[in-house]
Design a protein around this ligand. Structure first.
Ligand code: SF4
Length: 473
């Protein structure tokens, strides 16, 4: 018989993923597929805006990509250019008007925009704009960028967008569409990824390379931190309109968020996770019988751990992929009645064995404690928890939904206190040094603020994390 545990909610969540196609007869369909591949970056809402050179056509809705779009919806998205977005809202309202892309008509024509990231000064900018008479239609910080673009001087949309973005602080990877241009921008620190590909001569922008793979596009290159690309019938142009800053790509993209088959800034996510797992085994060896990953994101690190330790890897925990995720609709009343994500323990793997349980993070500790309890209830004689990341001690202000510091178990307890809370025999976290050894060095620079407290951009004082513009903020 197997034991099971209900995970009430995932502990860390993406905010968004983006995609854009310019100059393809099936632009909307390819964009939809690009979103499909990036569903892991946001399951709450999805949308595509296309342009036929004159008119913009938009379809957005709540839910996953497959739920939001039917064949007739795609067929209505006419035109050879399109952008799309998958969204996870954090504590802001989970409502359709917050689905992206945002589309406006202003004095220079039409503009659609989709955003992955989080601005740390959006509340301040919004108050300023509202005092100037701006009226906001959504809760999203993306709309602040749209207002700034509409007010910005400049001869071209790229000039106006660059002017607007010089006002904002924080993380933004954007795709934007006008009647004649597709723009892609990565903020100067490069928190979130953006890649460029090509299919049938049409350019594609996407958050991750897995989107290019799905539609059969060839990877060209990563968009660099601080770069703006402008794609038109004339081809592609590249600008660096911002003051250069040291690159601070989110290291957690590699460890947790991105799909393992994606390659970001030249590093394959799966290989990085395996190498990190090997480092974890070197730092925290223990006598045991079997290495068991917490699926899914702990699997590659557990493979690396098993490889390095010489212990067998067994799938002692199985995730039910068909249950659904409670965070599709994160309002409390829905979450509690909604479908649950389940992990099932394989008793035949665990019974009477000393188990090394490999996971990629401990956030609040509640889910980890349930999993340890389940493994023990399945007859494991010992459970040794190994975490392929340093302790999470601070919240993210750059596009990942994390709890406040007072809810982060590692910010409030000693290692022994956490181990005691989880109920395992031993606990080992990877060090920051071990993490970067696994990543092949500190490379061109990463953000690791949630592990190190070294925040590359200071959040605006009093800014509520990840819910900057909700009505009750
Ligand atoms: S604080 Fe953590 S999750 Fe946020 S960008 Fe930095 S490394 Fe990534």
């Amino acid at each position: 018989m197997s034991q099971s545990v209900v995970i009430d909610e995932p502990e860390l969540r993406h905010e968004c993923g983006v995609c854009g196609v310019f100059g393809h007869a099936e632009a909307a369909n390819l964009t939809y597929l690009g979103l499909y591949a990036q569903q892991h970056r946001g399951q709450e809402a999805a949308g595509v805006t296309s342009c036929d050179g004159t008119l913009f056509h938009t379809h957005r809705g709540m839910g996953r990509v497959a739920d939001v779009f039917g064949p007739q919806d795609i067929a209505r998205l006419e035109g050879e250019h399109a952008i799309g977005h998958v969204r996870y809202s954090t504590s802001g309202a989970s409502i359709e008007r917050n689905a992206q892309p945002l589309v406006i008509d202003y004095q220079h024509g039409g503009l659609a925009m989709a955003h992955n990231g989080n601005l740390v000064n959006a509340a301040h900018l919004r108050r300023y704009l509202e005092r100037q008479g701006s009226i906001f239609q959504t809760d999203m910080d993306t709309e602040v960028i749209i207002h700034l673009v509409a007010r910005a001087p400049g001869a071209s949309v790229e000039d106006r967008l660059a002017r607007a973005l010089r006002e904002v602080k924080g993380a933004y990877t954007l795709v934007a569409l006008t009647e004649s241009r597709l723009l892609g921008v990565r903020d100067p620190l490069g928190f979130r990824p953006l890649v460029l590909g090509v299919i049938d001569g049409a350019y594609v922008l996407a958050s991750e390379t897995c989107a290019l793979d799905l539609i059969g596009a060839d990877f060209i290159r990563d968009i660099s931190p601080g770069e703006m690309v402008v794609i038109s019938d004339a081809g592609i142009e590249s600008y660096f309109p911002f003051e250069a800053q040291p690159r601070r790509m989110c290291v957690f993209e590699y460890m947790y968020f991105a799909r393992p088959d994606s390659t970001l800034d030249g590093i394959n996510v799966y290989q990085a996770r395996k190498a990190i797992g090997r480092e974890l085994a070197r730092e925290h060896p223990v006598e045991a019988d079997v290495v068991v990953p917490v699926p899914d994101s702990g699997v590659a690190a557990a493979m690396g751990y098993a490889e390095e330790s010489g212990l067998p890897l067994e799938l002692g925990l199985i995730r039910n992929h068909y249950v659904g995720r409670t965070f599709i609709e994160p309002q409390q009343e829905i979450r509690h009645f909604g479908v649950k994500v389940k992990l099932n323990a394989v008793t035949s793997v665990l019974k009477g064995r000393r188990v090394i349980l490999v996971d990629d993070s401990i956030v609040r500790g509640t889910t980890s404690a349930k999993i340890v309890g389940m493994v023990k209830a399945s007859g494991a004689s010992e459970v040794h928890m190994r975490i392929s990341a340093p302790p999470t001690i601070g919240p993210c202000h750059y596009g990942i939904d994390t709890p406040d510091r007072d809810q982060l178990i590692a910010a409030n307890r000693t290692l022994e206190g956490i181990r005691d809370n989880l109920g395992c025999e031993s606990l080992g976290y990877l060090t920051l040094e071990g993490l970067y050894r696994g990543m092949g060095g500190r490379g061109p620079g990463y953000c690791d603020a949630c592990f190190s407290d070294d925040y590359p951009v200071t959040p605006e004082e009093g800014t509520p994390q990840m819910s900057l513009l909700r009505e009750d903020a």
